[in-house]
Design a protein around this ligand. Structure first.
Ligand SMILES: Nc1ncnc2c1ncn2[C@@H]1O[C@H](COP(=O)(O)OP(=O)(O)O)[C@@H](O)[C@H]1O
Ligand SMILES: CC(C)(COP(=O)(O)O)[C@@H](O)C(=O)NCCC(=O)O
Ligand SMILES: [K+]
Length: 236
């Protein structure tokens, strides 16, 4: 059984991977006797991992930290300085490429930040964008203006706003939708014949997925990426 950990900027997520399936993990009560290895990725506070890594060491369990490399199999990273790309983005790309081989993908991870990454059907990462996540978009406006307010109950929809919370929430949503639409243009410019698969992950992934017909939401995308990263890296 593998322990997979993804430390984001809002929360640490952990699952136990066994028989090709994820089970929820209680990080305060881990079944160390059954864990064979720990594989983790961190873009958030690395100190959140200290306790778990100490426990793993005292149980003689090896820990692997996933890192971005220029290539992984046929997948090629767009960044010149690959160490600057968020590992969560790379893992989501690894999962997208593995789950949808020979298919152009737009991978959207909507958490604290919303990242949008474009991958062509050959596995070439063309690049991407980092946007404030939906909550950061709205809070940056309410915190830096006198009169823009949220009421804590208005949902995000794609309609025109007719009051302030509506204008605020919907503005954040359509800005994000617009960026994803813009990402699609980068693939049509590449004359990709096959349809593009849009894949969503992250806390707001499910909400965004509903805006794009034919797209999918995979709450475990980064975890699957961790598993594939480990399997592909070990065999190289
Ligand atoms: N059902 C949900 N579960 C978790 N987070 C959610 C949910 N709906 C919206 N969110 C928002 O998603 C963000 C957290 O997403 P997550 O992918 O865990 O972030 P990160 O990877 O940055 O830690 C927060 O802004 C949170 O308010
Ligand atoms: C963009 C991110 C903050 C997203 O993190 P998250 O919203 O998942 O917490 C993370 O991928 C990151 O720190 N990236 C480094 C910069 C880059 O990817 O270019
Ligand atoms: K993200």
């Amino acid at each position: 059984m593998r322990l997979l950990i993804d430390v984001g900027n809002t929360s640490l997520k952990a699952v136990l991977w066994h028989n090709e399936q994820a089970q929820p993990a209680d990080i305060n009560n881990l079944p160390w006797l059954q864990i064979t290895e720990v594989i983790y990725a961190c873009v958030g506070r690395s100190d959140l991992l200290n306790d778990i890594l100490v426990q793993a060491a005292s149980n003689n369990i090896t820990c692997f930290e996933a890192k971005v490399t220029k290539t992984l199999g046929d997948l090629v990273c767009a960044y010149e300085h690959v160490g600057n790309l968020g590992i969560d983005r790379w893992l989501a790309l690894i999962a997208g490429f593995t789950l949808y081989p020979n298919t152009a993908c737009i991978v959207v991870d909507a958490g604290t930040a919303t990242t949008i990454d474009v991958l062509n059907s050959e596995g070439l990462h063309l690049g991407g964008w980092i946007l404030p996540g939906l909550d950061l978009m709205t809070s940056s406006l309410t915190q830096n203006t006198q009169r823009v307010f949220d009421d804590g109950k208005t949902p995000f929809t794609n309609e025109l706003g007719k009051n302030t919370p509506n204008g605020l929430k919907n503005g954040a949503l359509v800005a994000t939708i617009g960026a994803i639409e813009q990402a699609k243009l980068n693939l049509t410019a590449q004359k990709t014949e096959q349809a593009t698969q849009i894949i969503f992950a992250g806390g707001y992934g499910s909400l965004l997925q509903q805006q794009f017909a034919g797209s999918i939401f995979d709450s475990l995308l980064v975890m699957k990426g961790l598993n594939y990263w480990y399997e592909l890296t070990e065999t190289v």
